[in-house]
Write a protein that binds this ligand. Sequence first.
Ligand SMILES: NC(=O)C1=CN([C@@H]2O[C@H](COP(=O)(O)OP(=O)(O)OC[C@H]3O[C@@H](n4cnc5c(N)ncnc54)[C@H](OP(=O)(O)O)[C@@H]3O)[C@@H](O)[C@H]2O)C=CC1
Ligand SMILES: Cc1cn([C@H]2C[C@H](O)[C@@H](COP(=O)(O)OP(=O)(O)O[C@H]3O[C@@H](C)C(=O)[C@@H](O)[C@H]3O)O2)c(=O)[nH]c1=O
Length: 290
Amino acid sequence: MNILVFGKNGQVAKALQLEPVPEGSLTALGRDDADLLVRGNAEAAIRERKPDIVINAAAYTAVDKAEEEIDAAKALNTDAPAEMAKAAHDIGAQFIHLSTDYVFDGTSHDRLTEEAPTNPLNKYGATKLVGETQVMAAHPKAVILRTSWVFSSFGNNFVKTMLRLAKDRDALSIVADQIGGPTEAGDIARAALAIAAKKHRGAPGSGIYHFQGTPPVSWAEFAEAIFETAKVTMSVSPIPTAEYKTPAARPLNTVLDCARIERDFGVAQPDWRSGLVRVVKELQSKESKS
Ligand SMILES: NC(=O)C1=CN([C@@H]2O[C@H](COP(=O)(O)OP(=O)(O)OC[C@H]3O[C@@H](n4cnc5c(N)ncnc54)[C@H](OP(=O)(O)O)[C@@H]3O)[C@@H](O)[C@H]2O)C=CC1
Ligand SMILES: Cc1cn([C@H]2C[C@H](O)[C@@H](COP(=O)(O)OP(=O)(O)O[C@H]3O[C@@H](C)C(=O)[C@@H](O)[C@H]3O)O2)c(=O)[nH]c1=O
C-alpha cells in the first residue's frame, strides 16, 4: 500500500509521517515539491508517483485571513482537492480528504450527522464545503473525514496559542458558547491510515464521515483543560462570542455524530483528553531541549 500525502509540514501530515505503514510506504509532499496554488501540480505529482492511496492534508487553514485571501483559500480548499480527486480516480487510486466542522452554521442544538444541513459562516468553511462536493463528484469512492479543533505539538493550534499566551499573561478571556470537539492530529492520522488499509483491501465505505474527539467542550473549557494538563496557573474568564470580535464568524455548536465511521470502518471516537496529555508532554519535552 503506497500512500502519497499532500501538506507535508501541516499538523495532520506530520502526524501521518510518524505512524507506521504496515506493508507499504508513505511519501509526503510539501509546497516546495508541489505548490498547490499552481493548477496542474497536484495532478502531475499523482500521475508521476502512481500511489495506491492519496491523502490530502494540505489546506488553507487561517480562518480569519481567508476572509481577505479568498482566491488562495479557494485554490487550496476547493480547486486543488478537486484536481487531486480526479487524478486519483483516473489512475485507480483511493482518495482520502479532510474537511471541517466549519461547514456548519452551529445553530442546531443536536449532534450533527453527515446529512445535517450545511451553511458555512465564513470563507474558510465555504471553500471547504465546495471542495467536499467537487471531490465526491470527481471520485465517488473517495472518503472525506470532517474533523474539528485539531491540535498537536506541530504548527499552529489552540493548545500552542494558549501555552504561548500563558508565558506573559495570568488571565485570559475565552469564548464559552462555542461548543465542539478537540481532535488530536495523531488520532486523525491513525483513523485515516486504518481507513486507507481497509479501502486498500476492498472495503466498501465512501462519502463523508465525521471524526471528532469527545467529550464535547467549549473553547473556555478546553483552555482550562490545557492549563490543568500543563500545570500552568491561569485565570480563564468565560465570555460570549459577541465579546471576542474576529474577522471570520465561527459556529456555536459543532458537536458531530461519529457513529457512521465506527459502523463502516470500526474507527471509534477518540477521547481528546488522552491526546492532550500526549501533546502537552511532547511540547514540554521539546521546550526542555531548546
Ligand atoms: N486545523 C484545524 O483545526 C482543522 C483542520 N481541518 C482540516 O484538516 C486538514 C489538515 O489540517 P492541519 O493539519 O491543521 O493544517 P495545517 O494548516 O497544519 O497544514 C496545512 C498544510 O497545507 C500546506 N499548504 C498551504 N498552502 C500550500 C500551497 N500553496 N502548496 C502546498 N501546500 C500548501 C501548508 O504548507 P506550509 O507548511 O508550507 O504552509 C501546510 O503544511 C485540512 O484539510 C483542514 O482544513 C479540519 C478541522 C479542523
Ligand atoms: C486566542 C483566543 C481565542 N479565542 C477564541 C476565538 C475562537 O472563537 C476560538 C478558537 O480560536 P482559534 O482562532 O484558535 O481557532 P480557529 O482558527 O477558529 O480553529 C478552527 O480552525 C479551523 C482550521 C477548523 O477547521 C476548525 O475546526 C477550528 O479548529 O477561541 C478566545 O476567546 N480568546 C483568546 O484569547
